[in-house]
Design a protein. Structure first.
Length: 175
């Protein structure tokens, strides 16, 4: 089973990205969690470019989504919404359908980020993604300034993430 992890942040020290990196280590045996790092390479969404030969970065993103059993997101909140780079990435796959019935979990690295969570959930639901509530959790990483690998060193957070990915795998397996 392959799961794609997508961070809505381009920051190298992003707590959202750190949470997803931790998931790659916490996944059950036989489950591959791959961190997708190409959303910053996508051009601005333009329907005129969305034809039989989309830009290479778009084709790569679509192929990455099509080749996995589920997707886990973690995104910061900017101005009460998801960052533009993440919304842009999602806009590129609205019409192509990679999220139709695709199991999705959302990790919220800041429990205060309720607007971005609601916005991301609404967008993914409109795209026909299947949100897995038991695998969608909030973890208190905001303001923690953890060093690389620090999420794994925090037993409480690591345990919550490990449980979330296990719940996600179980939900995918029920399909």
């Amino acid at each position: 089973m392959r799961i794609l992890a997508i961070s809505g942040s381009l920051r190298s020290a992003s707590s959202n990205t750190q949470a997803l990196r931790a998931l790659t280590a916490l996944a059950p045996e036989g489950i591959e969690v791959v961190l997708y790092d190409g959303i910053g390479d996508l051009p601005h969404f333009n329907p005129d470019l969305d034809d039989d030969a989309p830009p290479p970065a778009v084709a790569h993103f679509r192929a990455a989504l099509a080749g996995v059993d589920g997707v886990i997101f973690s995104s910061p909140e900017y101005a009460h919404g998801v960052p533009g780079v993440l919304k842009n990435a999602l806009d590129w796959v609205v019409g192509s359908g990679e999220f139709a019935e695709k199991p999705v979990a959302i990790i919220n690295a800041s429990p205060r980020a309720v607007h971005a969570l609601a916005s991301l959930t609404e967008t993914l639901t409109m795209m026909a993604a299947r949100i897995v509530p038991e695998a969608s959790i909030a973890v208190p990483l905001l303001g923690r300034a953890l060093p690389e690998g620090g999420v794994l060193a925090d037993a409480e957070i690591a345990e919550a993430l490990e449980q979330a990915v296990a719940d996600f795998v179980r939900a995918i397996g029920r399909d």
